[in-house]
Design a protein around this ligand. Structure first.
Ligand code: SAH
Length: 404
């Protein structure tokens, strides 16, 4: 494997403030720039950092140095020392694969094998779509280790193609050794649109140009659930993107499915994904801003048995939380007005800054304010290929409400 040239790394000894030390002892993977009180040499991207207890001078954790991020050290190994070598990465990848095994026993060949921090590789995402492995890097720290990691990923997944996706930060700062976003770094990609299976339903993703790695795998079990609920029903899928929920609903026997998104391109994918599967339901699209589109449907006195509202992250930074909460409130109210009596409203949020308890409280108050009552059918989080090992790792929450 020769994606990056040999990149030499150094070892750095670091001590951190006692507040940060407490977090390290709790295996929290982030050390911020301002927490560092002692560092023996200047660091470069991917240098190995060893954090010592500031009083006892004993080993606490080790991680990788990131000069381009306020999270200056990303921790990968806690409590006991280890050689961070090819075998160490192979072990982490094998542990990650074991967590996903139950999923791979279902009719599914698309999964997230590495979920960054939660699989001990901060800022490293690896998604599998059938035979194509899509890697998305959010940090330069991985470049010195990329060849090792990719060899292990290929060995375990049996993928034959590797596509590299790079975050905006990686593309704008620092040395990236000529790598490009969307570059095929291994094998031959016959078509940038890759077809894969999710609980027996066929989908396709553009692994070069699609959002993130091409598709959103995190909602898999929610889509399956909506599919199971959809038999003979009318369904509105708001913020549908490539039709994840829509296509499961159609496959599940929905009479009518409407996919709504602001992006015509996303809706074209939703249409194409629906036609990959046999179904008898009627599928239509609405290209509109969700808030406006929902209001128009209310004005037109439309009603649906099931409505799914799964918006993009509204709070990318702390200052946006208030506005995000307001948007969730408005969406829940709009949705509630469009659900038939005894119908189901499914509300999701992927903003990690809006915690689950707050999201559900806002949504529930908002439904009640429309004069409706509800029973809670279910509340869910990430599917098993998105394990959560630290608070900031949790972002997805989804509530199912039956409205009266
Ligand atoms: N529900 C999808 C994922 C949603 S991703 C799934 O299951 O895969 C978020 C989507 O919201 C994107 O497709 C984006 O085009 C769309 N979007 C963003 N802002 C929007 C707006 N104001 N109105 C409608 N759609 C919007």
């Amino acid at each position: 494997m020769n994606i990056t040239p040999y990149i030499e790394t150094k070892r750095i000894a670091v001590k951190v403030r006692s507040s940060a030390e407490k977090m390290v002892k709790r295996c929290h993977p982030w050390v911020f720039e301002e927490s560092i009180i002692k560092q023996n040499i200047t660091g470069e991207a991917g240098d190995l950092v060893i954090i010592y207890d500031h009083k006892k001078n004993t080993f606490l954790a080790c991680g990788l140095y990131d000069p381009y991020s306020p999270i200056r050290i990303k921790l990968i190994q806690f409590g006991k020392t280890a050689q961070i070598n090819k075998e160490w990465f192979a072990t982490q990848i094998s542990k990650a694969y074991d967590i996903r095994r139950p999923l791979l026993k279902t009719a599914t060949n698309s999964y997230r094998l590495l979920f960054g921090e939660n699989d001990s590789l901060p800022g490293f995402i690896a998604d599998v779509y059938d035979h194509v492995l899509v890697i998305k890097l959010y940090s330069h720290i991985w470049l010195p280790y990329l060849n090792w990691i990719v060899s292990s990923l290929l060995a375990i997944t049996k993928c034959t193609v590797v596509v590299l996706r790079l975050s905006r930060l990686l593309q704008s700062k620092g040395e990236i050794y000529g790598l490009k976003d969307g570059q095929v770094v291994y094998g031959v990609l016959e078509d940038e649109v890759v077809v894969f299976k999710e609980h027996g339903v066929l989908f396709s993703a553009n692994v070069i140009k699609g959002h993130k790695t091409g598709y959103f795998l995190d909602h898999r079990h929610n889509r399956k659930r909506v599919g199971e609920l959809a038999h003979n029903k009318t369904v509105l899928d708001v913020f549908s993107y490539a039709g994840g929920f829509s296509v499961h609903a159609l496959k599940g026997g929905a009479k009518e499915v409407v996919s709504l998104d602001i992006s015509k391109q996303a809706l074209d994918m939703a249409k194409a994904n629906a036609t990959l599967n046999t179904h008898t339901g009627n599928h239509s699209i609405i290209v509109a801003d969700a808030f406006e589109g929902l209001q128009t449907l209310i004005n037109d006195q439309k009603k649906f048995d099931i409505i799914v509202i799964d918006p993009p992250s509204f709070a990318k930074r702390e200052s946006e939380v208030y506005k995000a909460e307001n948007s969730y409130m408005r969406l829940a109210a709009l949705g509630a007005q469009l659900v038939k009596h005894n119908g189901i409203l499914v509300l999701a949020s992927c903003s990690s800054r809006v915690v689950a308890a707050d999201f559900f409280k806002i949504s529930e108050e908002s439904i009640l304010n429309t004069g409706k009552t509800f029973t809670i059918i279910e509340k869910t989080t990430h599917d098993i290929d998105h394990p959560i090992t630290f608070p900031e790792g949790a972002y997805l929450k989804c509530g199912y409400y039956r409205l009266k």
